[in-house]
Write a protein that binds this ligand. Structure first.
Ligand code: NCW
Length: 470
């Protein structure tokens, strides 16, 4: 593993392919937070250690056909036992902050009841390891690993899960709140609700539109209740939620395209932004989904709870949605189209302008709440070369292009306060298993060897103040 000095050197051989201009850390406000991000199930492994209970992702990945190659998170990248080494890696990169997630089934193995001390101790040690290295911990409370016993009781479509989540949030606040001051309640509730309960692509693998809408509501209710629990226990906490947001544009200007854009923007973005930041569901989308659910699960005062004041909104940005009306006019079905742009290994089109568009749109439509890019990055098929290095110029290009778009958004007046690259290291990419590598650090999944990719070296040099072309 290269040491700190290796990473800090100024040899930027692998500049981005494109050459549009120059960019440096100095183009962002001085107090801007620079970090890297991961999540518990994707990196920890040790799923049966330290008293951890099973999560929906353990169950899902043990079900044949759900995850590519039958992969699972049992071992992942052994972060549970290698966290010190990984903290050293981060220190070597020179990041200010690390966004990780706490595994609910480590804190409460059955999803309710008293804390499991070994689970708390792990995160406590991790937090101390970060602080010792001058790295600020940003804790996400829920990055998709619901305790399986709660799913057995109905999961997120059940209202009780929201209350259990608030209790869990209180436990985390009590255990870590003396040292952790940045909290993100949920990561991408759209994915938990619509991929988990709607399409069945993610755990728990249910395909029921009405259940997905109920899940979305109870996730947001859990968020609002957790904000209260965190604020009561950690008065100086900075609290936010992370949403996966996309600009949505029409594939052409033909008949029905505006409606397709409205629908997809409604369900992807506004279905979460509006309740959380305005305290109301968007009326047009309520009509769009009326044939699926009457939303009878929305109780009086829920929206007030969901609308709890936040310190920041976390934005995960990967690509844009380009849509057109589907084959059956009048049904509301929508087609997602490609524009022929270069794609990442996920098949997602690379569109840095989309980042500028979504950041400026959120600020324009929802006011000047501070924004933090809690994830941005790209999967590519990286390999360690014969000389032991990993050349990933397309990831450097991706990061540089998106940072340039973020800098433009700052110049346009967006109150952007931080940027976290997804991900610190290659990991278990959910339904894609280990086949998709998002890391700026390569991991050999057989030996667990970490190798900083060229993109990691590039990020380190950028953080050290180097000016880069993009
Ligand atoms: S899969 C996904 N990701 C990746 C994952 O590693 C991370 O944990 C997530 O926060 C990278 O960032 C997020 N997001 C799922 C996006 C699904 C998009 C499906 C669109 C269908 C219309």
């Amino acid at each position: 593993m290269p040491d700190h000095q290796d990473l800090g050197h100024r040899d930027l051989q692998n500049q981005p392919d494109h050459d549009h201009g120059a960019l440096s850390r100095g183009d962002f406000p001085p107090e801007f937070t620079w970090g890297v991000a991961t999540s518990s199930y994707q990196i920890e492994g040790a799923t049966s250690e330290g008293g951890r209970g099973p999560s929906i992702w353990d169950t899902f990945s043990a079900t044949p056909g759900r995850v590519v190659d039958g992969d699972n998170g049992d071992v992942a990248v052994e972060h549970y036992r290698r966290y010190q080494q990984d903290a050293d890696l981060m220190a070597g990169l020179g990041v200010d902050a690390y966004r990780f997630s706490v595994a609910w089934p480590r804190i409460q193995p059955t999803g309710s009841g008293p804390v499991n001390q070994a689970g708390v101790d792990f995160y406590s040690r991790l937090v101390d390891a970060l602080l010792e290295r001058g790295i600020t911990p940003w804790a996400t409370l829920y990055h998709w690993d619901l305790p399986q016993p709660l799913e057995d009781l109905g999961g997120w479509p059940s209202r009780d899960t929201a209350y259990r989540f608030a209790e869990y949030a209180a436990h985390v606040a009590d255990a870590l709140g003396d040292r952790v001051k940045h909290f993100i309640t949920l990561n991408e509730p759209w994915c938990s609700a619509f991929l988990g309960y709607g399409s069945g692509r993610h755990a728990p693998g249910r395909s029921d539109g009405a259940a997905a809408l109920a899940a979305a509501h109870h996730l947001m209710l859990g968020h609002g209740l957790a904000v209260q629990a965190l604020r009561e226990r950690v008065p100086d906490a900075q609290v936010g939620i992370t949403l996966n947001l996309y600009p949505v544009t029409g594939a052409h200007d033909g008949h029905g395209v505006d409606d397709a854009v409205r629908r997809i923007d409604g369900l992807s973005n506004r279905w979460f932004l509006d309740p959380v930041l305005r305290g109301a569901y968007p009326k047009d989308v309520v009509e769009d989904v009326a044939h699926i659910s009457d939303l009878a699960f929305v109780a009086d005062a829920d929206l007030e709870t969901i609308n709890a004041p936040l310190d920041f909104l976390g934005v995960n940005y990967y690509t844009r949605h380009v849509v057109a009306p589907g084959a059956f006019p009048g049904t509301g079905l929508v087609e997602f189209t490609d524009r022929g742009l270069p794609t990442t290994a996920m098949g997602w089109e690379v569109d840095a302008d989309g980042l500028f568009d979504i950041l400026t749109r959120v600020t324009r439509d929802y006011g000047d709440l501070p924004l933090v890019m809690t994830e941005n990055g790209a999967a590519f098929d990286d390999e360690v070369g014969a000389d032991g290095t990993v050349h990933d110029p397309r990831r450097i290009d991706f990061l540089a292009g998106h940072l340039a778009a973020a800098a433009r958004a700052v110049r346009a007046g967006v109150p952007l306060r931080g940027y976290f690259a997804w991900s610190l290291m290659d990991n278990f990419e959910w339904a894609e298993g280990y086949a998709k590598r998002f890391g700026i650090v390569h991991v050999d999944f057989d030996t667990q060897e970490r190798t900083v990719k060229d993109s990691g070296r590039w990020y380190a040099a950028f953080l050290a103040g180097d000016r880069t072309q993009y």
